[in-house]
Write a protein that binds this ligand. Structure first.
Ligand SMILES: [Zn+2]
Length: 393
């Protein structure tokens, strides 16, 4: 017997391919029922399903899609920095905020002073909040420790945190710590890769790590079979995104300053371009990635919240909305970027689509037309969420 049938689905919208690259790879099924057993989609029927089922729910003619995936977060840290916002609004530069005891070093201090339990509980709460906004899986990065040894502690906490949704861990080279030379820092971070995070990542940018330093760390990760990600071209273009031609990166993220020729290379590769419009909003910048090139060259566009003390957003629906209004993604592009392509960017094979054999991680929306996914903004548009075949809400 089938475990669960979702009846009266107005429209299913999903990608035909994993990852999704272009318009004609989108499939729409109208008037359908979805059959789920053991957490997997086992049938998609036109009209009503005659199968026997333990439970049936009525989608009331609404839109059903895959649940959302958050391809980029810094969810593990302690404290908050809301007081910096009014300083930023008064035109006070980041250097001055640092001098006044704010900025990243204050987050590092708060994180160092928090117990493992405090950090784990705050992470679990954030993951739950993300889930309430439709997220079925998220990446969580380290990056707020005072030395490489403590980065390992953060990785252990990420791996040990119990969450209803799926998570992937990333060991991030974020900022060179005070009182340790860069070479020693990188060597010790390479040693930490023995703890096998799902991914290695570097904040490659002006005043962070150079492309050469990033390559050194990522090569060491690659040798261990660890997936590679890269923060690239957020503040300045210093050659970081060029690494897409050198290493097989799973993702390159931010891309606000990426030159068109490099964007073309990214689009032609199997590397996902992770777009983070919440960050552009909180940076109060008008910069945006070159979406035109990504679209024309059929690149893999993915989305992430980039939740951090600087950009307090755990909501992938908001991220989709901003991808439309700030970056110019169509509602369907935003959906593909936040489902199948974000799942791909996280290394979840076979996730993010509504197909027989895929995990039943689904959203029943309050809307009927896909255009409303980003046309309507500022409200929770999800009626019901199903994770591994279980109705969460
Ligand atoms: Zn980031």
């Amino acid at each position: 017997m089938i475990d669960l049938i979702i009846e009266n689905v107005g429209k299913i919208v999903t990608s035909k391919t994993i990852p999704w690259r272009t318009g004609d790879e989108i499939e729409t099924i109208e008037n359908a029922s979805i059959e789920i057993s053991n957490g997997i989609i086992v049938g998609i029927k036109q009209g009503n399903s005659n199968s026997q089922a333990k439970k049936r729910i009525d989608a009331e003619g609404k839109l059903v899609t895959s649940a959302l995936y958050d391809a980029h977060t810094h969810m593990l840290f302690y404290g908050e920095r809301s007081w910096e916002l009014s300083l930023k609004l008064n035109g006070i530069k980041y250097d001055e905020i640092l001098k006044r005891g704010g900025g990243i070093y204050s987050t590092i201090e708060a994180t160092e002073n928090a117990s493992d339990d405090d950090l784990s509980n705050s992470l679990a709460k954030r993951l739950e909040q993300a889930m309430m906004n439709g997220t079925a899986g998220a990446e969580v990065k380290t990056g707020y420790a005072k030395n490489p040894e403590n980065e390992k502690r953060l990785l252990r906490i990420i791996k040990g945190t119990k969450s209803v949704i799926n998570t992937k861990s990333t060991l991030l080279m974020h900022v060179p710590p005070k009182g340790l030379d860069r070479e020693t820092y990188i060597k010790r971070m390479i040693d930490n890769l023995d703890a096998y995070p799902d991914f290695a990542d570097v904040f490659c940018d002006k005043e962070a790590f150079t492309p050469e330093e990033s390559e050194m760390y990522l090569r060491a990760a690659k040798e261990k079979g660890i997936g590679l990600r890269l923060h690239a071209d957020e503040i300045e273009y210093i050659g970081c995104s060029d690494l897409v031609n050198v290493l097989q990166l799973k993702t390159v993220d931010h891309l606000l300053k990426t030159p068109p020729d490099i964007m073309k290379e990214i689009a032609k590769s199997n590397t996902a371009a992770v777009l983070l419009p919440c960050t552009a909003l909180s940076l109060m910048t008008k910069e945006k990635p070159n979406i035109k090139v990504l679209r024309e060259e059929k690149g893999i566009m993915a989305l992430g919240t980039d939740f951090s003390p600087n950009s307090w957003c755990l909501n992938m629906q908001t991220t989709m909305e901003l991808s439309t209004y700030l970056y110019g993604l169509t509602p369907l592009e935003a959906l593909m970027a936040a489902t199948v392509n974000s799942a791909y960017a996280l290394g979840y094979e076979n996730y993010g689509t509504v197909k027989i054999g895929s995990p039943a991680n689904l959203l029943i929306w309050k809307i009927e037309k896909p255009d409303w996914l980003t046309y309507w903004f500022g409200e929770n548009k999800i009626k019901s969420m199903i994770l591994n075949g279980t109705i969460l809400y």
